[in-house]
Design a protein around this ligand. Sequence first.
Ligand code: GDP
Ligand code: MG
Length: 598
Amino acid sequence: IPQERIRNFCIIAHIDHGKSTLADRLLEFTGTISQREMKEQVLDRMDIERERGITIKAQAVRMIYKADDGLEYLLNLIDTPGHVDFNYEVSRSLAACEGALLVVDATQGIEAQTLANTYLALEHNLEIIPVINKIDLPSAHPEEVKKEIEEVIGLPADDALLISAKEGIGIKEVLEAVVKKIPAPKGSEDDPLRALIFDSLYDSYKGAIAFVRVMEGSIKPGQTIKMMSTGKTFLVTEVGIFSPDMETTDCLRAGEVGYVVAGIKNVKDTRVGDTITDAERPAQNPLPGYKKAVPMVFSGMYPADGEDYEKLKEALEKLQLNDAALYFEPETSAALGFGFRCGFLGLLHMEIIQERLEREYDINMITTAPSVVYKIKKTDGEEIMVDNPTNFPDPSKIEYIEEPFVEAQIMLPTEYVGPVMELCQDKRGIFKDMQYINEKRVILRYHMPLLEIIYDFFDQLKSRTRGYASLDYEFIGYFKSDLCKVDILVNGEIVDALSFIVHKDKAYYRARQIVEKLKEVIPRQLFEIPIQAAIGGRIIARETIKALRKNVLAKCYGGDVTRKKKLLEKQKEGKKRMRQFGKVELPQEAFMSVLKMG
Ligand code: GDP
Ligand code: MG
């Protein structure tokens, strides 16, 4: 199929608006997948993705469509991740396309991710085709949604397609629009090779497989390729397409989408956004927009059972094989023992990794409170980046601290504006503006510390708006903040895993919460245990766990020898799940309950 009959496109949508369902229908309609093979949502391959209904990694699929003009077209659908954590990946997937289907739920209207993704698509000069989905539902109001698309996004929506992905209504019209409206790719096959990596996959036999869009030139087995960000070279052993499973072909030419196998051992060498060129006849410049994935959120991960350390290490290594954005290094905590400091793109990324470690690798973990990366200017002039509260310098040595800020975009029904503004205020948000989508819904824009967002912002937003708000955010830079580190002391000793960073205005309140919680969950001992919170050397909160009364002990430890033995054995078992702290043992629940408090 010649280049002028290739169409590369993606589907952009807010979560749950029907992206995956539409993709399924397109595959079905074009006969790419027979109904028999059709599992729902073919593109979402990971279990977690299916369960959470989100796409974590981009996927691509190739379809052949015979259009009304009697000609066959080659359509490449590139699915994009649907969450802010992966915005960079989304932007690379978009860069691999010439057009996008903008799917909007006819009962919901545009939401935060609709807008964010549309802006990304416009930045890449994509042809955008508005598609209003779920018109089968009685509550659908497609005319209003059209108006929103025109007024808020500024796209003509008069001829927006009205479809039901679920019922299979309007699918053919979507395919016709793809063929007629989205331009064919332009690059020349004779130019030096430039192929954009938009995703990668690790295979235990083939190594790291790069998913690419060839912009110019061509790529085939036997060719030596060069990664333009690192200069590393590899010999191509296989290229192919997704139909939808990987299928070998002779060659990938300018305009085409497919995969490249080249004995690459590590996904770190198939970085999303990097440009592949020919080693012998290299392109002059890489494709624009490459960025190295930078972790934004960090936390400590410790095996609940110290004996699982090696298992955790191996699991992290395996996960990293497929996830170049996952960062980890060994870390030791006085309280939690041996574990790892891990870095993630965002909160969702962190939760996914945690969930996979627990589910797929069956490891019980203790995870410390998530932290962002702080920029600290010390009094001696040195500037350091710190992602772990434990490594904060002494307050007397700090000149100032900067923390990462994001611009948050919240869409919500007007009746919740009050409570949401209150919440944003409470989360140290700086109001930017408010825009009406229509009489019933608005967009609020705030600048807000990332730290506040990764605590429980989203949950609170949902509960204050009964689930009717949507959120999107984007990193905007580092700004000075009045932050401090609070240490928690049990029996006079700092429990490093519980130290946290907080704004000075909230330090006292958070400290009290934690101290009170610990008092509840730490079992009483033979002696009195003070629980304190401190900033530097200054105690800001204190509770005391009273000593057990003598007669209780007498009852326990008296009695005959076998009973004592049994008790000792029981204790030994219990020890696994306890963390010795000075003379005090902290049960795992104590950590969990405090760390979960957010
Ligand atoms: P995604 O998050 O954008 O990929 O959305 P999904 O494709 O997973 O769809 C979210 C939910 O909406 C699922 O329960 C679908 O069955 C449902 N859905 C998708 N399209 C339609 C439609 O046209 N009509 C109705 N009634 N439901 C739909
Ligand atoms: Mg989906």
